[in-house]
Design a protein around this ligand. Structure first.
Ligand SMILES: O=C(O)CCC(=O)C(=O)O
Length: 315
């Protein structure tokens, strides 16, 4: 059935650690948190200041001729720029120097020193700027996984995806719309790995993706100083309404051994889930040995078994 309602993400004001841990975190639902002290970044992080303090560290950025970035069909290129130049370009609408076109859009998701091994940590890659951003003390220090710059041109829209860590997305400057879908909507989002194939969440191609209308949309607009709690596995799609600077902090919700050790992005499925998915592929390979009529019958039985044994929600 089509989902009729658009659900506004709940907003909590004057959130402190106790309120977060007792009232918000256990719900495992997204929440906008207002009034959490984020440090001097809120006043200081102008383009000029960021360029001066961030220096000329080389950063790998996404560059696209259209603002709606599509990871699955790769409508963007990766380019390297000194951080100071990148910030200046991302803040401008037209560029004298460009890679593809003078109106190209930019997006930075900062990376660790060795991007294939190490998660991003502002304190290591941008020590001077990191002092200006106070990580909210809503989890134990040993649960910390990464802190990531998210800097986007105005209009930049990032594809719908999920991460496997709990996440606080801090909006430091600029406004950003975020659309979210609960993990129970997975069957309606046409997933390819951790990403949805439905690129345009506002005008989806319903001939290709008819079940998308069944997915209930949660939505909020983040203002500078807001934090968005995105629980692990919640799908999110962001749209920068203005040039904006964000930082997101991922932390481990599950015991440390649950996570893939070689996952600098925080988006690889937990080891046990990855094992289950591999076992499913093996089971599907076994079904391939049957004639179509039998394969169909046993596949339906497997679906039913999975539903009755492992689903904890009806949707
Ligand atoms: O804010 C953005 O641009 C994307 C944020 C995001 O994907 C995340 O925090 O996981």
């Amino acid at each position: 059935m089509e989902c009729q309602e658009k659900i506004e993400v709940s907003v909590f004001t004057d959130v402190n650690k106790e309120l977060f841990i007792k009232e918000i975190y256990p719900l495992r639902k997204p929440a906008v948190l207002k009034g959490v002290p984020l440090g001097p970044c809120l006043e200081k992080w102008t383009v000029e200041y960021l360029a001066a303090k961030g220096g000329n560290l080389e950063v790998k950025v996404h560059v696209s001729s259209v603002p709606q970035m599509d990871f699955l069909h790769k409508n963007f290129v990766y380019r390297t720029l000194p951080f100071d130049q990148f910030v200046q370009r991302a803040a401008a609408e037209e560029h004298e120097e460009f890679f593809i076109s003078k109106n190209e859009s930019y997006y930075l998701r900062s990376l660790g020193e060795d991007a294939r091994k190490e998660p991003a940590d502002l304190r290591k890659q941008f020590p001077e700027l990191a002092q200006d951003f106070w990580i909210p003390p809503f989890f134990e220090p040993e649960q910390f996984f990464s802190s990531v710059f998210r800097i986007s041109s105005a209009g930049l829209q990032l594809w719908t995806h999920y991460d496997v860590m709990d996440n606080l997305l801090a909006q430091v400057t600029g406004r950003k719309r975020v659309v979210l879908y609960s993990p129970q909507e997975a069957l309606h989002l046409y997933l390819s790995g951790d990403k949805s194939e439905v690129l345009d969440v506002d005008a989806p191609d319903l001939e290709r993706y008819p079940n998308f209308v069944k997915a209930c949309r949660h939505e909020c607009v983040l203002e500078p100083g807001d934090l968005l709690f995105i629980p692990a596995l919640w799908f999110h799609n962001t749209l920068a309404l203005q040039f904006g600077i964000g930082v997101n902090v991922f932390w481990r919700h599950l015991p440390p051994d649950s996570y893939d050790k070689k996952d600098p992005y925080g988006n690889k499925d937990p080891v046990v889930a990855a094992r289950a998915l591999q076992a499913l592929e093996r089971a599907l390979g076994a079904l391939d040995e049957l004639p179509a009529e039998y394969r169909d019958f046993y596949a339906r039985r497997m679906v039913q078994r999975i539903q009755s044994r492992a689903y904890s929600h009806q949707k």
